[in-house]
Write a protein that binds this ligand. Sequence first.
Ligand code: FES
Length: 123
Amino acid sequence: MPNVSIPALDEVIYLGPDETLLSGLYKAGYSYTVGCKRGGCGICKVDVLDGDFSYNRPIAATVISAEERTDGTCLSCRAVPDSDVTIQMRDDEMRLVNPFLRQINEKARRRAEALAAGTDMEQ
Ligand code: FES
């Protein structure tokens, strides 16, 4: 499953199958600016610096320009990573609001990495 690296926060977030970037951020205890959650307003944009993503549900054609479709601009509420991705947030509104969820996400990420490597993970 893909990991989302956020260098500005020195954070790596684990996403489940077909999970959107925004869902993963919330699941890991972070808040971020959000509006419609349906690909229609564009307020949730982040920049994907590395890695691939796709939209498995429709987004409004007017929300992302032709240039943005090729420069890594991403609607986090609809984008599902196809690989590990590195992202950069567009404002300072992202903050950790639930450290407990962050710990759960970190453990899930380490467990997935151990499974992928074929090693056991100590509890
Ligand atoms: S929250 Fe509106 S496009 Fe993502």
